[in-house]
Design a binder for this molecule. Structure first.
Ligand code: ZN
Ligand code: ZN
Length: 175
């Protein structure tokens, strides 16, 4: 699996420790030991596979997409994705104008079946590869930063009350 992007190293547990360029799979885990989180998104959703999932939100003509997890034990918040800072678009093509705009207020996700908020979450991240990063970024970055330039971010979530699994709760291409 690819190395863990730097913004996630303190809040995920990798499924294995082998390092290559295959997709990263990791559980979201708080440093306090809990793996139950309330999840936050920018408030807009779309129908997908008979379910409902968060999508990029247009707020006052600005597009936002961020996902935050708040630990139900210690209340610590973990920013899992912000398209303006993470992945290819956010990290490599970083738009300074967009990034200084205040982040929108987020909405708490409620289970579509039981309405409860605590969830477990698993992340999958794909990379375009180290070579691609080195060629495309033309020396603007340290070569070791290639995991931060990931191409695709997905999340699977599970309601800890009723067990409802949403396998592609987030599926976001960053390129
Ligand atoms: Zn915690
Ligand atoms: Zn539920």
């Amino acid at each position: 699996m690819m190395p863990t992007p730097s913004h996630l190293t303190k809040c995920v547990t990798r499924k294995d420790t082998v390092i290559d360029e295959s997709p990263l799979e990791a559980d979201v885990d708080c440093p306090c030991g809990s793996n139950m989180f309330e999840l936050f998104y920018p408030g807009q959703t779309t129908e997908y596979n008979g379910s409902k999932i968060p999508v990029v939100a247009e707020i006052d003509s600005v597009f936002f997409f961020l996902i935050r997890a708040r630990c139900t034990q210690c209340s610590r918040e973990h920013l899992l994705l912000d398209k303006d800072f993470h992945g290819w678009e956010g990290f490599v093509c970083h738009d300074k104008e967009q990034a200084i705009i205040p982040r929108p207020e987020l909405t708490k996700w409620h289970c579509l079946t039981c309405g409860k908020t605590p969830h477990q979450a698993c992340i999958q991240i794909q990379t375009a590869g180290k070579q691609d990063f080195i060629e495309e970024s033309e020396g603007m970055f340290n070569q070791d930063q290639w995991p931060d330039a990931f191409a695709w971010f997905s999340m699977r979530i599970k309601c800890t009350s009723c067990g409802l699994v949403t396998s592609e709760w987030v599926s976001y291409e960053t390129m």
